[in-house]
Design a protein around this ligand. Structure first.
Ligand SMILES: NC(=O)c1ccc[n+]([C@@H]2O[C@H](COP(=O)([O-])OP(=O)(O)OC[C@H]3O[C@@H](n4cnc5c(N)ncnc54)[C@H](OP(=O)(O)O)[C@@H]3O)[C@@H](O)[C@H]2O)c1
Length: 154
């Protein structure tokens, strides 16, 4: 399984000024539950923004044109995927999501209620017709948050 894991605002914002402009423990718990024991692939700016590096108990991979100490780096998503066993989660940011959209089987999306706009906003890319959207449901243990999944249309 290769999945995209993301939380978005109603405007489609995923980040602002290199941080995530909301905090929901229930979403972080979900992120942890899905990714622990698996591989996470992220862009360099997302890596920079992590409060704890690397995220424990998962294989952390960073896509960058440079080398970063203490983490596995690859020049492209394809090179990274070739080395992976088991489930892979693409965890952002926007460039990684755009590319991963052609490689992933599912998009796992948390909808946060916070309205975010202005300079420095980073957006989730457009989701094409090749994706089929599931029903929107409240997220387990926090009904301020909603959740939906997209799977690839056959
Ligand atoms: N809401 C969410 O679920 C979520 C999840 C993740 C991140 N975020 C937020 O998103 C923002 C960061 O996203 P971003 O889009 O600005 O940056 P990003 O995708 O995390 O990182 C961009 C960097 O990744 C490397 N990169 C990306 N694609 C590449 C490719 N095809 N080949 C080689 N290198 C590549 C480059 O690094 P080099 O410049 O080092 O070469 C590029 O500058 C932050 O605000 C973060 O908090 C939100």
């Amino acid at each position: 399984m290769k999945g995209i894991l993301v939380a978005v605002s109603p405007e489609g914002v995923i980040g602002k000024n290199n941080t995530i402009p909301w905090h929901y423990s229930a979403d972080l718990r979900r992120f942890k539950r899905l990714t622990i024991g698996n591989t996470i692939i992220m862009g360099r700016k997302t890596w920079d923004s992590l409060p704890i590096k690397p995220l424990p108990k998962r294989r952390n991979i960073v896509i960058t044109r440079n080398d970063i100490e203490n983490v596995e780096c690859f020049r492209s998503i394809d090179e990274a995927i070739e080395t992976c066993k088991g489930d892979i989660w693409f965890i952002g940011g926007s460039g990684i999501y755009s590319e991963a959209m052609h490689k992933a089987d599912i998009i796992d999306m948390t909808l946060v209620p916070d309205n975010i706009s202005g300079e420095g906003c980073i957006y989730f890319p457009e989701i094409g017709d090749d994706w089929k959207e599931s029903e929107i449901r409240p997220l387990e243990d926090d009904d301020r948050l909603k959740h939906k999944k997209y799977s690839r249309r056959e």
